[in-house]
Design a protein. Structure first.
Ligand code: CA
Length: 218
């Protein structure tokens, strides 16, 4: 599940974006000023940031510099129509795209999707031994034969693959795959790991790291 931070001080706009993106399956937080945004960025892991330029407390440029230097999170600038030079400045300073207010909400969603795709570029097909995973089409094949996974099994597999050879904490895995809405359930996680190992014959590769979590070792 991709997590997006909406930094925008016009509440009507930030709410509209949040409702739309959440209806598409994204998880969203809103920051109505630059300071709140910086705090949220520090304590959360975002996949993308929508960033207004004119903001109370810390402006969009300052925030962008901080985001790019410290976190490397894909960022789309939201600019007012009159601020043409802002677009160029924003792109020069590392923004991945921009959108001009007022915008069609559908266009914003399309830009979000495009930037996220760009960041996953080259990793549309992931391979682990004889297993190929199409991240976009959500199709997994073992020795060329499709293996059917449940959505959660698939999300779990992707998370392990994206973090291969790194130990993932159980709580982090749970949060990433099941979201914060569900109480942490170690049994649920263990069961899904077992299913994945079995379905994809990854018994030796998905390691249990005692008292910590799991790791895909390749
Ligand atoms: Ca503003």
């Amino acid at each position: 599940m991709n997590k997006i931070l909406i930094v925008e001080d016009e509440i009507a706009i930030s709410d509209l974006i949040k409702i739309e993106l959440e209806s598409k399956g994204y998880k969203c937080n809103i920051a109505n000023d630059g300071e709140i945004a910086a705090d949220l960025i520090e304590t959360n892991k975002y996949d993308l940031i929508l960033l207004d330029i004119m903001l109370p407390k810390i402006d969009g440029y300052e925030l962008l510099e901080y985001i790019k230097r410290t976190y490397e999170i894909p960022t789309i600038f939201i600019t007012a129509k009159s601020q043409t030079s802002d677009k160029i400045k924003g792109l020069n300073e590392g923004a991945d795209d921009y959108i001009t207010k007022p915008f069609e909400i559908g266009e914003l969603v399309a830009r979000v999707e495009a930037v996220l795709r760009r960041y996953n570029k080259g990793s549309e097909i992931q391979r682990i031994g004889n297993i190929s995973i199409n991240v976009v089409a959500r199709v997994v094949k073992k020795n060329g034969v499709e293996v059917s996974l449940t959505p959660k099994e698939f999300d779990l597999l992707i998370l392990l693959v994206q973090n291969k050879n790194f130990v993932l904490y159980r709580e982090i895995i749970f949060e990433k795959v099941w979201g914060e809405d569900l109480e942490f359930e170690t049994r649920t996680l263990d069961l899904h790991i077992q299913r994945l190992r079995k379905k994809l014959d990854l018994k030796d590769k998905i390691k249990t790291v005692y008292k910590i979590g799991y790791m895909l070792e390749v």
